[in-house]
Design a protein around this ligand. Structure first.
Ligand SMILES: Cc1ncc(C[n+]2csc(CCOP(=O)(O)OP(=O)(O)O)c2C)c(N)n1
Ligand SMILES: [Mg+2]
Length: 283
């Protein structure tokens, strides 16, 4: 049976506004009893806004439409940012975000399929790109035009399975597979450049047979332009290296490994939310 075409998307709200709302939710979720991955959630907010409010062919009314584009949050610890995005995009009630991390909630620290819009559970780093290869291959076999997008952390690139998948994707010429690296320069315990230097990262991916572009990671319209245009080279998978700031928008945690996982006290929650509002007001 041929699936009916996806419904026309409503004109998306301005990407900046969507990204700002995602950031605000992330900060609020980190003030809950369990805290959350604030740094990596904030570094990818603009990327998720670009994907869900401009690029991805998805429809919250039909999350299982076979023709949909696939998205995998390989850096699954940034689940809170994905939940915020899915809620803002209509996949789940915005009010449910207050349940993040609480006992009995489906909004757990890492995403599971019980959450509408989540394709597969992720969080054990290094698994998203191999799974994305599978999605891209399945789409090819089914004769579908859908694209598969995978968001990885830069520390995550130390997992060998990422590079096995990179080899497979190039060999199989999976040009409807798009990887995005949230390149914030930090991992759990420190700077990626100190722990396992990967630069020049673009050359590294290129040597694996991928088409590579780099972009300012906090400019959602630029991100959307690049992602919408993929594949950039016929027969090659694409990787967008997004240069980001971990903890973006919260000055007292931005660019600091200490911001990786945070339980915000009421005072620091107010400081963080206030800083976000002030930076939005300056735009
Ligand atoms: C296989 C595996 N090892 C370790 C972890 C624990 N862990 C969670 S986040 C993280 C750091 C990831 O750094 P990066 O990929 O750069 O993510 P970001 O900076 O965006 O938070 C680690 C080591 C994990 N989730 N999976
Ligand atoms: Mg990182």
């Amino acid at each position: 049976m041929t699936a009916a075409p996806l419904l026309e998307r409503e004109a998306p709200p301005a990407l900046q506004e969507a990204a700002a709302r995602i950031r605000a939710h992330v900060v609020d979720m980190c003030a809950g009893p369990e805290g959350g991955h604030l740094g990596g959630g904030l570094s990818c907010a603009d990327i998720l806004a670009a994907l869900y409010f401009s690029v991805l062919r998805v429809d919250p009314a039909r999350p299982d439409d076979p023709e949909r584009d696939r998205f995998l949050l390989s850096k699954g610890h940034a689940a809170l940012a994905l939940y915020a995005t899915l809620a803002e995009r209509g996949f789940l009630p915005v009010g449910e975000l207050a349940q993040f991390g609480r006992p009995g909630s489906r909004l757990m620290g890492h995403p599971v399929r019980a959450v509408p819009g989540v394709e597969l559970p992720t969080g054990s780093l290094g698994h998203g790109l191999p799974l994305g290869c599978g999605f891209a291959l399945a789409a090819r076999y089914a004769g579908r035009s859908s694209r598969s997008f995978v968001l990885l952390g830069d520390g995550e690139l130390q997992e060998g399975s990422v590079w096995e998948a990179a080899i497979a994707a190039a060999t199989l010429r999976l040009d409807r597979l798009v990887a995005i690296v949230d390149c914030n320069g930090l991992q759990l315990t420190g700077a990626t450049g100190d722990i396992a230097p990967m630069e020049p990262l673009a050359d590294r991916w290129r040597s694996f047979g991928w088409a590579v572009r780099e972009v300012e990671g906090h400019a959602p319209a630029l991100l959307a332009d690049q992602l919408a245009a993929a594949p950039w080279e016929p027969g090659r998978p694409s990787v967008l290296i997004a240069r980001t700031v971990k903890g973006n928008g919260v000055p007292f945690l931005a660019g600091r490994a200490a911001g990786h996982y945070v339980t915000l006290s009421p005072r620091n929650h107010a400081r963080a939310a206030g800083a976000l509002r002030a930076s939005e007001a300056r735009r």
